[in-house]
Design a protein around this ligand. Structure first.
Ligand SMILES: [Zn+2]
Length: 160
């Protein structure tokens, strides 16, 4: 059985800035008001016969959202971004473009990109790993990270 959480109605949202290096339109710093839809699949279990408690899932996803919220998202594994300083001011370049940002304005992520695709994979992996610690009956976590209303990337993290 699956449970479904709609990110707009359940307030699983964050607003962040990012860039897609060297992309014709998305190469400059710009922002999105993201929302995160979640599906969790597994066996019903426990005293209440839940797949998983909605409140638990929302709490975990909100925590991830709040790490990203009102930050510039920077992918540490990017092939296009050359990081020059990560202690104190965050300094990096993309081609000939030089950037220097205060660390409190940045969220450094262990990703190759901050596309909706990579963010969806990030959320799904994080949520799956945390849920699995306490509930072995869960078989998959599906996350859609929406860049505003009408477009999003969907990633499925399943048991191996
Ligand atoms: Zn964008």
């Amino acid at each position: 059985m699956k449970i479904v959480i709609n990110g707009i109605h359940a307030n699983l949202r964050f607003s962040s800035a990012h860039m897609i290096p060297k992309h014709q339109f998305c190469g400059g710093i710009h922002g999105h008001s993201y929302h995160v839809d979640v599906v969790v699949e597994g066996e019903r279990s426990g005293k209440f016969g839940f797949v998983v408690d909605f409140k638990e899932v929302k709490g975990i996803v909100r925590q991830i959202c709040s790490k990203l919220d009102h930050k510039v998202l920077l992918p540490l594994k990017s092939d296009e971004i050359e990081f020059k300083n990560l202690e104190g001011p965050i300094e990096f370049s993309i081609g000939l473009k030089e950037y220097k940002l205060p660390p409190e304005d940045c969220c450094l992520l262990p990703l190759h990109s901050t596309s909706a695709e990579d963010l969806a994979e990030f959320f799904a992996e994080e949520l799956y790993n945390i849920l699995k610690e306490s509930d072995d009956e869960i078989t998959s976590v599906q996350v859609c990270v929406n860049e505003g209303i009408g477009q999003g990337a969907y990633f499925v993290k399943e048991d191996d």
